[in-house]
Design a protein around this ligand. Structure first.
Ligand SMILES: Cc1cc2nc3c(=O)[nH]c(=O)nc-3n(C[C@H](O)[C@H](O)[C@H](O)COP(=O)(O)O)c2cc1C
Length: 242
C-alpha cells in the first residue's frame, strides 16, 4: 500500500475510514477537517510589559484610537457577557459609548435579558476583538446604571429613528411578528413627534474595571498577554502565558 502524504492529518484518515460506510458522515468529516486546518500566523505587532502603559485605561485608549484610525470594521463593537440568576452566562454585542476614569459605558434596554441579568448579578465581562490588528481587549468588573441625566443627554444625541426605536422594541421579549415593531414605532412617532423623551426602561450601564487584559497575537502561538489587576488600589501589570 502506498504511503499517505506526510502532511496528512487525522481528519484525512477519518474521512477515508468513514467514506465507504456512510457518505453523509464522510461529507461531514471533510468539512470538519477543513475547519480544523484553518489557522493563521499572527505577526503584526508586539506588546511588551515595559512599553505597555502603567494605567490600563491609557493603554486601552491608545489601542482604541489605533483601531479607529485603522478603520477596522466596527471598532466600537464589544461582546458583553453577563450571568443570570441561574448562574448561566450569555453574550451579545453592544457598542461602547464612553470610557473614562470611571470605566466603560454602553446603552441598552434595562428590561432586556442582559438588563435583567445585570440587575440580578451586577458583574460583567467585555471583550473587543480587532481582527485586523490581531488584538483583543478583555475587561471585567462590577456594573451599575449611569446617572439618569447622563442617559438623558446621550438619548437626546441619538437620531430620531433610534429614539423612537427605543420605545418600539420590548427588547428580548417574544413578539408575534415584525409588524408589532413597525406598529409600535408608528405609535411612538404619533405620540411624541420629533421629541420623544428617554423611555424609563432605557439607559446606560457603566462597568467599573477590576481586571483588564491586552492580547497581541504573535508568531508560533507565543502571543503577548499583558494583564492589569487592582491590588490595594494600584494597578498591577503582569504578563500571562498565552
Ligand atoms: C454591532 C452591534 C452593535 C450592537 N449594539 C447594541 C447596543 O449598543 N445596545 C443594545 O442593547 N444592543 C446592541 N446590539 C444588539 C445586541 O447584540 C442584542 O441583540 C440585544 O441587545 C439583545 O440582547 P439580550 O437579549 O441578550 O439582552 C448590537 C448588535 C450588533 C451586531
Amino acid at each position: 500500500m502506498p504511503r499517505p502524504p506526510a502532511q496528512w492529518k487525522w481528519g484525512h484518515y477519518l474521512e477515508i475510514a468513514s467514506a465507504g460506510s456512510d457518505p453523509q458522515a464522510a461529507r461531514h468529516t471533510e468539512g470538519m477537517s477543513k475547519l480544523a486546518d484553518l489557522r493563521k500566523s499572527y505577526e503584526q505587532d508586539e506588546l511588551d510589559e515595559d512599553l505597555a502603559a502603567n494605567e490600563p485605561l491609557s493603554q486601552f485608549k491608545t489601542w482604541l484610537e489605533q483601531a479607529l484610525a485603522s478603520q477596522v470594521p466596527e471598532p466600537n463593537a464589544m461582546t458583553l457577557a453577563s450571568v443570570g440568576a441561574d448562574g448561566k452566562p450569555s453574550t451579545r454585542i453592544v457598542l461602547i459609548k464612553d470610557c473614562d476614569a470611571r470605566g466603560i459605558v454602553w446603552y441598552t434596554n434595562y428590561d432586556s435579558r442582559k438588563g435583567r441579568e445585570l440587575r440580578a448579578n451586577p458583574f460583567a465581562a467585555l471583550q473587543f476583538h480587532w481582527v485586523e490588528l490581531e488584538r483583543v481587549v478583555r475587561i471585567e468588573g462590577s456594573v451599575e446604571r449611569v446617572p439618569e441625566a447622563e442617559s438623558d443627554t446621550y438619548f437626546q444625541s441619538r437620531p430620531l429613528d433610534s429614539r423612537l426605536g427605543a420605545w418600539a422594541s420590548p427588547q428580548s421579549q417574544v413578539i408575534s411578528s415584525r409588524a408589532v415593531l413597525v406598529g409600535n414605532a408608528a405609535k411612538a412617532a404619533a405620540q411624541y413627534g420629533l421629541h420623544p423623551p428617554r423611555p424609563p426602561h432605557w439607559g446606560g450601564f457603566l462597568l467599573r474595571p477590576e481586571r483588564w487584559e491586552f492580547w497581541q497575537g504573535r508568531k508560533s502561538r507565543l502571543h503577548d498577554r499583558i494583564s492589569y489587576r487592582l491590588e490595594d488600589g494600584q494597578w498591577l501589570k503582569e504578563r500571562l502565558a498565552p
